[in-house]
Ligand binder design. Structure first.
Ligand SMILES: *Cc1c(COP(=O)(O)O)cnc(C)c1O
Length: 359
């Protein structure tokens, strides 16, 4: 029994892993594993349709949005988004808040005129520039932002208001962790391996009126309109990943849906930040108070020489994958939906003990 604080691929609910194990050889009396089924057969059709219906219910996705199950992770969408959406005006605006927004920006530059509406670089990406200062071009085909910067631990506590410009959000690391009004977005996308399921799968939720403007060079498999018209079955979808995602959605419904898990996520994050803030400077989180992430909590120790002993002692307590990203240093605790409160309690007990021993 361990607690896994990995940023991704991340912890999955034990109940879902057990169910996957139980159904591995024989899904619902079919005599087949989901891995062995035709993606066009009645069994898998039921699996993917239920997954979509459950996701629609969880996020209250309006009827004029398509849900696409794609492959290649969120990173492939860094290209697919401009290819599909920039065509209307040739221009797109991006808000630069750290590592993942940078990835999206660099890729988008291949496809058109990209402008930074705002950047948090002046303070090492530890804050979100005030939306009142954003310079959004009125003819931008869309505005892209990153609601949760997984590495920096910077999360928007609001949805930016950008008028009629379609808002595009990379929700890879906070989808389904908090309530959002989908109707405020033109497109939402999320790689699966943080809050949804196995890596490789990526989910795109896109407003229908944005479809049909793909650049002529867009590969068939990346053209949202073609994918939508073919119910995400242009080629063989990531069937097993879709199946596990579907089980996660059902698990989340049992947990009280997004509203229920959000309350738990708030309580979990508050506990970790409290342990950091009450450590008398032994631990420090560099992020501005109003945009601290509920999902990914980076913290540095007073003395870098304590990093290795911290990680070693944590591992002895079965607290794993706490090492921070190399660009930030120190530690990072990722506490996605599937991290139970008991894991957070074990972490903060350990942090307090370690600080008492080494302060
Ligand atoms: C993990 C992550 C990605 C990259 O996802 P891949 O599936 O590895 O391509 C992109 N954006 C954010 C915000 C992430 O957290």
């Amino acid at each position: 029994m361990v607690y896994n604080f990995s940023a991704g691929p991340a912890v999955l609910p034990k109940e879902v892993l057990l169910q996957t194990q139980q159904e591995l050889l024989d899904w619902h009396g079919s005599g087949m594993s989901v891995m062995e089924m035709s993606h066009r057969g009645p069994e898998f059709t039921q699996i993917i349709q239920e997954a979509e219906a459950d996701l629609r219910e969880l996020m209250a996705i309006p009827a004029n949005y398509k849900v696409l199950f794609l492959q290649g992770g969120a990173t492939t969408q860094f290209s697919a988004i401009p290819m599909n959406l920039i065509g209307r005006t040739g221009k797109a605006d991006y808000v630069h808040t750290g590592h993942w927004s940078k990835g999206a920006i660099n890729e988008a530059k291949r496809y058109g005129d990209i402008h930074l509406a705002a950047s948090g670089e002046d303070r090492h990406f530890t804050y979100i520039p005030d939306p009142a200062t954003w310079q959004v071009r009125p003819d931008a085909a869309y505005l892209h932002y990153t609601p949760n910067e997984t590495i920096g631990g910077v999360e928007y506590q609001f949805v930016p208001e950008v008028g009629d410009i379609p808002l595009v959000a990379d929700m890879s690391s906070n989808i389904l962790s908090r309530s959002v009004d989908v109707s405020k977005f033109g497109l939402i996308y999320a790689g699966a391996q943080k809050n949804i399921g196995p890596s490789g799968l990526v989910i795109v939720i896109v407003r229908e009126d944005l479809l049909g403007h793909a650049l002529p060079s867009t590969p068939k498999l990346m053209d949202y309109k073609l994918v939508a018209d073919n119910d995400s079955m242009l080629n063989t979808p990531a069937t097993f990943a879709v199946y596990v995602a579907g089980l996660i959605f059902k698990w989340l419904k049992v947990k009280g849906g997004v509203a229920g898990i959000e309350q738990l996520n708030i309580a979990k994050a508050n506990k970790v930040y409290e342990a950091i803030d009450q450590s008398g400077g032994f631990y420090r989180n560099p992020v501005a108070l109003d945009c601290r992430s509920r999902m990914n909590i980076p913290f540095v120790l007073q003395d870098d020489a304590l990093n290795a002993p911290f990680l070693k002692a944590a591992a002895e307590r079965h607290l794993l994958q706490l090492k921070g990203h190399k660009s930030v240093g120190g530690m990072r605790a990722s506490i996605y939906n599937a991290m139970p409160m008991a894991g957070v309690d074990a972490l903060i007990d350990f942090m307090r003990e370690f600080a008492a021993r080494h302060a």
